[in-house]
Design a binder for this molecule. Structure first.
Ligand code: ATP
Ligand code: MG
Length: 568
């Protein structure tokens, strides 16, 4: 297994090593992460962030942040701020290298003028629909616009008037004059500028023409002096266009390198699709703990270290694949195992009365905070006559291989005593188990019997009078199918949403040491999993998100029990 501290190796890093050895960019490395501020970052973006910042770090270079804010309709300041927060949270720092494509609008306009003057860009009066019709297909060449051969002077004048706001949205565009019969559709006189009378979150009302992404992106890289412009595979077919612009403009030429985007099973990684889940109320917001966004994962209890470890493990490749979500969860468990303090919490409480334990007695038991890290020390956990255990830890008729509590059976209470169940108190009408009566063996304090007798299981518990009421939110996958985009004819990914992705438990009991827990704190509830304190917590109630369950060793037994149930 790959270690965090070993430098990764992949085809991109090989290219960069080569570029350094040939002194291609004077041996410099300057990468960038270029988000469009039209949504919150997701784990796919984390892959790109770790790659770009990671490479800069490894090769003694730098990494810029650049917001590709060329579309004023979908972009908002809220997104800009959240993206900055998320990158910082992941552990990366851009110092003073925070840029916006909109910073370059004037320069890009000058570049456009240069191309018009060279006779390789023209103002087209065709509308979007007509341009599309003229475009042709993969098998058929496109048709040139009748405005393609406008004189340069006329193009210059019209483009200036476009900028001056004389024309309506969509009435004219500026296009590159390349090749309408190119096998690459991106080269068929692509649109460079469109008219959009729309205020921009940074430039206000200064502009009513906006550069297309394809015209802005490569030039922005060039302006910043980016050496390796790393992007995802879908831009491979755009590279010839980006190269064309840079060559025609005769400006600094970064090297674009494409890699496969991250896909994860049971997960959608597309801001556009995630936005719909938010807008249509299927989740509580971009930071809903079920979302694959960095803000959702943070709220759920995923750590930056776990996410970086995951990005390291998956590596980068040239071909698309789907990563098993279990791998991400594995990275999360590995990290939390090292850092999360252990506590006891009961999700579904069953009352236990220790009938031979004095009513007024309270003992302080020593509990280990983290067996993985002795420096985290110990704490005191109160023990008393009335306790709660997990309802699932008792069976009146225990199936085979069920070693937990049952009538007449002795088990260990973690850090406390051996107890034996002597009576089951039920609701006479419903048959529901209300409480258990148990006896304890005072000789077994701390969890061992002096006579050497063994018990087969150890249960977690909390003292009832000391317990804190809590709410726990259990999450399941947001989608029921490994590929949520795989749907029946005529349906979309909404049809694959998991109706049971959130289960709220209102009546949980956690140990008293959690009274000072703050939102963002993460604990391991022994035998249950990892839980983060949610931002919804208030003085009335502490609320937990289950970050991830512990490895489910009970799954097999459960299956056996289901089988037994069916056959009886
Ligand atoms: P989305 O489809 O979610 O909107 P995007 O590519 O349009 O993604 P951008 O804001 O343009 O989002 O992405 C910023 C950077 O993150 C780009 O360089 C992009 O290639 C990269 N990126 C986006 N999604 C992924 C992914 N799933 N895996 C790896 N890199 C990604
Ligand atoms: Mg994009």
């Amino acid at each position: 297994m790959k270690q965090n501290d070993t430098a990764p190796s992949d085809f991109i890093r090989e290219i960069i090593k080569e570029d350094i050895s040939t002194n291609k960019y004077d041996g410099k490395v300057l990468t960038r992460f270029p988000p469009e501020p039209n949504g919150y970052l997701h784990i796919g973006h984390a892959k790109s962030i770790c790659l770009n910042f990671g490479i800069a770090e490894e090769f003694g270079g730098l990494c810029n942040i650049r917001f590709d804010d060329t579309n004023p309709i979908k972009e908002e300041i809220e997104y800009v701020e959240s993206i900055k927060d998320d990158i910082r949270w992941l552990g990366y720092d851009w110092d003073n290298r925070l840029f916006f494509a909109s910073d370059y609008f004037e320069q890009l306009y000058e570049y456009a003028i240069k191309l018009i003057k060279k006779g390789v860009a023209f103002v087209d009066d065709l509308n979007a629909e007509e341009i599309k019709e003229h475009r042709g297909t993969f098998t058929e060449p496109g048709k040139a616009s009748q405005y393609r051969n406008r004189p340069i002077e006329e193009n210059l004048e019209l483009f200036e008037r476009m900028r001056a706001g004389e024309f309506a949205d969509g009435s004219r565009v500026l296009r590159a004059k390349i090749d309408m019969s190119s096998g690459n559709l991106n080269m068929r006189d692509p649109v460079m500028y469109r008219i959009l009378h729309q205020p921009h979150h940074r430039t206000g009302n200064k502009w009513c023409i906006y550069p297309m992404y394809d015209f802005a992106h490569g030039q922005s890289d060039s302006i910043e002096g980016i050496t390796q412009s790393i992007c995802t595979l879908e831009f491979q077919d755009h590279r010839p266009l980006y190269d064309w612009f840079l060559d025609e403009l005769e400006i600094f030429h970064p090297q674009q390198i494409e890699f496969a985007r991250l896909n994860i099973s049971y997960t959608l990684l597309s801001k556009r699709k995630l936005l719909r889940l938010v807008q249509e109320g299927y989740v509580s917001g971009w930071n809903d703990p079920r979302m694959p966004t960095l803000s959702g994962m943070r709220r759920r209890g995923y750590t930056p270290e776990a996410i970086r470890d995951f990005c390291n493990r998956i590596g980068v490749a040239k071909n698309n694949s789907i990563v098993d979500i279990a791998l991400l969860e594995h990275s999360v468990r590995q990290d939390l195992n090292k850092r999360a303090p252990r506590v006891m919490g009961i999700l579904d409480p069953l009352k236990v009365v220790i009938i031979n334990y004095p009513e007024d007695r309270i003992e302080e038991m020593d509990a280990v905070n983290n067996p993985e890290d002795s420096s985290m020390g110990t704490r005191k956990v109160p023990f008393s006559r009335v306790l709660y255990i997990e309802r699932d830890d008792f069976r009146e008729q225990p199936p085979k291989k069920y070693y937990r509590l049952a009538p007449g059976r002795e088990v260990r209470l973690r850090y406390a005593y051996f107890i034996t169940c002597v009576d089951v108190i039920k609701d006479e009408k419903t048959g529901e188990i209300l409480e258990l009566h148990c006896t304890y063996d005072p000789e077994t304090r701390g969890g061992d019997a002096p006579d050497g007798r063994k018990v087969k299981s150890t249960l977690h518990w909390v003292s009832a009078p000391h317990a804190i009421d809590a709410e726990v939110r259990l999450y399941d996958r947001l989608f029921i199918t490994p590929n949520p985009d795989n749907t029946e004819e005529g349906k979309d990914y909404f049809s694959n949403l998991n109706p049971n992705s959130l289960k709220v438990l209102n009546d949980c009991k956690v140990e008293t040491s959690l009274k000072n827990a703050k939102p963002g704190d993460i604990y391991q509830f022994e035998r249950q999993g990892y839980f983060s304190v949610d931002i919804d917590s208030d003085d009335a109630k502490i609320k937990f998100n289950r970050t991830v369950a512990l490895r489910d060793t009970w799954a097999k037994i459960n299956k056996a029990m289901q089988k037994e149930k069916k056959s009886t």
